[in-house]
Design a protein. Structure first.
Length: 395
């Protein structure tokens, strides 16, 4: 609650008038002082009354590509049976504030406000909560409260069409053209049973031991398996850095996210397994906690941010994890302008990953491969990366 300047003036002058009125025998001044204090008390009580509001919001859609249209529909309903809501309200949509008309909202009625959600930047746009300010008629006191839940809109990086993806070392017997899995089917892991799983895949011994249905998950090792490592270290993207905290980003990092999104959509189109990892440790696919779906991959790319030194700034650890648990046969490393030390460190994985592709985004000039057999694609932005990618022969 906040007392306005007018209310503070009455709180100061009220006791003074009372003191002068009683001390010098002026009842009129005493009445004025008492009225001032009573007015402030009534204003506080009026402002403290909490309106019964129902707030619902709906984003259409809640996941969009950068630059696409997205709208928010906000509905505010007065749940009171007797009293009308006379309020001043505004909704926060990312960095902007949107006014919401709630003046003289009758009991049982609602008001609907629609406004666009900014999608010019990759990331997560936080919307809400609705901030409602109640003020007394004399303007002596105001109370601001938050109503409703916070909604989020995922803004994905732009996707550039890639005509092909690496085929890896081991190929399916009939190639990837017919999209039919062939080759060696091997046991990969045990997981909990979900509706739709075949009962012949149930591992009864483990089920009996833990008391829950567990099924065997198999992997076709003849299909090429790709690993995408996104460098989200601030040290890898030193130029063009903007924002602070969780909004810290750089032009080269935005280009790397666009390149990663393009690769994700290309692998989804070709129905190829992909493990997406960040240097800071986030994983989708492979052993990641999130399911390997296009939405999960793109959600991670929308949430990705740059980590300063000491906060996920450990390329050595990421390389060690990839070496310890080989997640595929083709490694794609997306970074900033790139340094020889970083390329050499990633090149040390050549024994575990026969094919290594490096995307140096934001590079002023072409980078050279750190080891033999490494393909380095230097590009200024995501569109140029897609062009360089499609220009590689032998995919």
């Amino acid at each position: 609650m906040r007392i306005t300047a007018r209310g503070a003036a009455l709180l100061i002058t009220g006791p003074v008038l009372l003191a002068i009125g009683f001390g010098f025998g002026y009842p009129e001044l005493a009445v004025l002082g008492c009225g001032a204090l009573v007015a402030v008390l009534l204003a506080v009580g009026y402002a403290l009354w909490r309106p019964v509001l129902g707030v619902t919001r709906r984003a259409e859609p809640d996941r969009v590509m950068r630059g696409e249209d997205c709208g928010m529909t906000l509905t505010v309903r007065n749940g009171s049976r007797l009293l009308a809501a006379t309020l001043v309200a505004d909704d926060r949509c990312g960095p902007t504030v949107v006014p919401v008309p709630v003046l003289r909202l009758r009991p049982g009625n609602d008001t609907v406000t629609e406004y666009p959600v900014p999608t010019s930047r990759r990331g997560i746009v936080t919307i809400g909560p609705l901030r409602v300010v109640r003020r007394d008629p004399l303007g002596l006191a105001t109370v601001g409260r938050a109503h409703g839940e916070v909604a989020r809109v995922w803004v994905y990086p732009r996707v550039h069409l890639l005509s092909a993806v690496p085929v890896g070392v081991v190929r399916s017997l009939d190639g990837r053209v017919d999209r039919v899995p062939h080759g060696t089917i091997t046991f990969d892991a045990l997981r909990e049973y979900v509706v739709g799983d075949e009962l012949r895949h149930v591992h009864w011994r483990t089920t009996a031991r833990i008391g829950e249905l567990m099924v065997r998950e198999h992997l076709d090792t003849s299909l090429p398996r790709l690993v995408l490592l996104l460098d989200d270290r601030l040290a890898a993207h030193p130029d063009g850095t903007t924002g602070t905290g969780n909004d810290l980003t750089a032009d080269s990092f935005e280009a790397a996210c666009e390149a990663a999104a393009s690769i994700v959509m290309a692998t989804q189109r070709e129905e190829l397994p992909l493990a997406l990892q960040t240097v800071s440790g986030e994983v989708v696919g492979g052993d990641g906690r999130r399911p390997a779906t296009a939405r999960s991959y793109l959600d991670l790319l929308a949430e990705a941010r740059l980590h300063p030194a000491g906060d996920g700034d450990d390329l050595d650890g990421a390389v060690a994890r990839l070496r310890h648990r080989r997640a595929g046969d083709t490694l794609i490393y997306l970074t900033g302008p790139g340094t020889n030390a970083d390329l050499g460190l990633v090149g040390s994985l050549r024994g575990a990953y026969p094919t290594i592709v490096v995307g140096a985004l934001g590079a002023a000039q072409a980078m050279r491969a750190g080891v033999e057999g490494m393909v380095v694609l230097s590009a200024a932005d995501g569109a140029e990366f897609a062009s360089e990618w499609d220009g590689v022969r032998g995919w």
